[in-house]
Write a protein that binds this ligand. Structure first.
Ligand code: PNS
Length: 171
């Protein structure tokens, strides 16, 4: 597959809902930043009807997490991921694969994205073993039920989660 001449072969998009960003996501983004010249962490707008954080809040929090990395940018997108990737001139979409259970959905998404836009490849990376069980969904569930999310999400995100819970309790 040859990317179009306008494609930046070295730009990767790491897309996701990131509600919230976990340490598993951080691991994948940092690995991507080591392989590609530029990485855009792209937050999907309106993925869930009742997200824990708005897309704008997620972008701000993720920017904070990666503020020390000059080749990592954060953005939000709506609509088809491949349209966003094409607009940005990305060569690749990077997704994390934690376990075999992730595979089926990722396989379908990859082939659909390739059908829609053959010039954008999808690349998979495995996070470090200690993050193989970490997901945004489970992290939120644990947090909502009073469990500790320390070590599952970056400290700044943990603090934001606590602050948003405290604010919700005061309402
Ligand atoms: O963090 P998530 O929820 O696993 O990320 C899923 C995401 C954002 C990558 C996926 O839902 C997506 O690409 N949505 C954009 C809409 C789209 O392009 N749909 C067709 C893809 S097959």
């Amino acid at each position: 597959m040859t990317p179009t001449s306008t494609s930046d072969r070295r730009l990767a998009i790491v897309p996701g809902s990131f509600d919230p960003l976990t340490n598993g996501h951080v691991d994948i983004v940092l690995r991507s930043a080591g392989l590609f010249d530029r990485v855009i962490v792209a937050v999907l707008v309106n993925a869930e009807k009742t997200p824990m954080f708005t897309a704008a809040q997620r972008v701000t929090m993720i920017e904070e997490v990666f503020s020390g990395h000059s080749n990592i940018e954060v953005d939000s997108f709506d609509g088809l991921l491949v349209d966003y990737a094409r607009r940005q001139g990305a060569a690749a979409i990077v997704r994390g694969l934690r376990a075999v259970s992730d595979f089926e959905n990722e396989f379908q998404m990859t082939l659909m994205n390739r059908h829609l836009e053959p010039a954008v490849e999808t690349v998979f990376m495995m996070p470090a073993e200690q993050y193989t069980y970490v997901s945004s969904r489970l992290t939120k569930e644990v947090f909502r039920l009073g469990g500790s999310v320390h070590g599952l999400v970056p400290l700044t995100i943990e603090r934001r989660m606590q602050a948003s819970q405290a604010a919700a309790r005061q309402k």
